[in-house]
Design a protein around this ligand. Structure first.
Ligand code: SF4
Length: 133
């Protein structure tokens, strides 16, 4: 019997999952039952990170996968994002990296990032820009 803390909501129910049958007990709702069964067979997560952006007041753009990916692929997704550089403007939801790691998930922007002329010696660093305000 495996013990898991359900991460679907803040209540954090302690789940007991039978490795043989996949039966789940201890859940407070049906979502926890589904989470417990899947977590043992095929754990997945949405990956959140940032990528480099040019021509904007910030140097990093927050992104996430548009669906969950297998936990075993999380570091592959992070490595794929390492060299990505996008140019502003960017719209929230814009696809930044389609079908990351050859899967169905795409990496999308999680906020708008307007194009903005930045003084050359700040190199897009929002902290340095404060000195000009
Ligand atoms: S089992 Fe249901 S109530 Fe309990 S933590 Fe998971 S989602 Fe929340």
């Amino acid at each position: 019997m495996a013990e898991l803390i359900c991460i679907v909501c803040p209540r954090g129910c302690l789940l007991h999952v039978d490795e043989q049958s996949g039966a789940v007990t201890g859940q407070g709702c049906a979502r926890g039952e589904a989470y417990g069964a899947k977590e043992l067979r095929n754990p997945t997560r949405v990956v959140t990170s940032t990528v480099a952006v040019t021509g904007a007041v910030h140097r990093r753009l927050p992104v996430k996968t548009d669906r969950e990916v297998p936990k075993a692929l999380i570091w592959d997704v992070m490595r794929a994002l390492r060299g990505v550089r996008v140019a502003a403007p960017v719209r929230c939801g814009q696809v930044i990296l389609p079908n990351v790691c050859g899967g169905e998930a795409s990496v999308v922007a999680t906020r708008d990032m307007a194009a903005q002329a930045v003084p050359a010696d700040t190199a897009g660093d929002g902290q340095a820009l404060i000195h000009y305000l």
